[in-house]
Write a protein that binds this ligand. Sequence first.
Ligand code: NOJ
Length: 519
Amino acid sequence: MSAPWWETGVLYHVYLRSFQDSNGDGVGDLRGLTHRLPYLSWLGVDTVWVSPFYVSPMRDFGYDVQDHTAVDPLFGTLDDFDEMLARAHGLGLRVIVDWIPNHTASDHRWFEASRDPSSALRDFYYWRDGGEDTVPNNWPSAFGGPAWSRDGRSGAHYLHLCLPEMPDLNWHNPAVEKAQFEVARFWLDRGVDGFRVDVAHWIGKHPDLPDNPPDDGSAFINPAKPPSAFDRVAHIYDMDGPLAHAVYRRFRALLGSYDPPRMAMGEIHLGDLKRWAAYYGADDELHLPAYFGLLSVPFDAEALAAAILQQEGALPAGAWPTYVLGNHDEPRLASRIGAERVRLAAVLLLTLRGTPTLYYGDELGLESISVGEAAARDPLGMRVPGLGRDGGRAPMPWTAGVQAGFCPAAATPWLPIPPGYHARSVACQQRDFASLLHLYRKLLYLRRQHEVLQRGALADVAVRDGVLSFVRLWKAEQVRVCLNFGRQPAALPAGKVLLRTGTGSLLGSNEAAIIAVQS
Ligand code: NOJ
């Protein structure tokens, strides 16, 4: 039986603002992406996830949607979107886009209408009475401060787990589901292959909005970032209730009603893996609830092995894992783990059992840029010191020329071009077969040649003398992956070497090898 494309393929995450500017305003756009699609096809990824391009006031760079079914002029037009999609499909690439169910921009017509207490749309959002100085409950916002703001017009408070300009939709109102499913249908009918569901679990709020209890240890703490007040809370009533699961069962049915069926990957940050894994449902909710565990453990053999086994152990029978090592909300992978380990990361991401998501620029080894206060753009960083996300969102360096080929010389890129981009650029690395970019390409090619790397079971996850190793098994094929996180060289296991990041008779420190084992 053949496996669905979302299980065998590799996702590439394009942060659109930073990928390729086509019109000289210093911001990446849809035409720019279309122009660069052949690169993605050369690289060998299968699916492109395009970050939000809908009409938005851009306070959270597009995650605050003002009009779900129109393209923001900053990114182009609906025709540009159609052209990008057609071009991608023509190249054999699939495209998924963000579906943002939990909130809208406060400029959305739904919210504008709901500010009037007598509006038929009042219940589209969570409105509660409260005093001038008292909020309806103790929930914090992920963007700092309380999750409630008072509307000057009616004096009532509305709920927002993100910015005050991003009010949360009330999914207990069936009209919200209807409206958001229509949004999904709009893009599905245009031909998108699926969605990345933004903070998927946040829609499941308790209908009475009770206070959350103090932290019970189930909070999702990412040691790569200073824990915020939001991270320290036990998220019991503000998210992840039964309503979310009921919605995703219906959402899955909607996706399944298309021929061929479409896919949903979910963004779900929950420290409790049981609660996280529940989003697979009985194979009737999200196809790929993204697993972020590898972002929040030290990048060493023991910690990674434990996280991999923990996620595998939490999966319901038949569920397919998915791994992330970087995204637009995190510091850059190379900065987090150290430049000397980026090759280990490449091999790990592309050989584990599961669907990998590769964040644009990680294939070049980009590091986080430091953005001074004056140039800072991310509202999260401005509100919660230490949580700024600009560092991992710098423009993609395409060439060693002016502005790295991202935008014309006269334009000002929306964030600084990464320093030292010349040698890191796509053009330079394409010329160097020993580059990190070529390693990613070779790994992606190898995955296509060896079904075992795409579909094989995972076995024998072990750590010895700093070497993390595991086996992938598929029919008669067996492959062993060895990653030397230790300081000392290690022995190479017997078998045919399919790919190595080093040379010599031993597996050096920070080197990896993929070996075909005779069974
Ligand atoms: C998660 C997205 O990845 C992040 O960038 C955004 O700020 C929040 N959701 C709010 O939509």
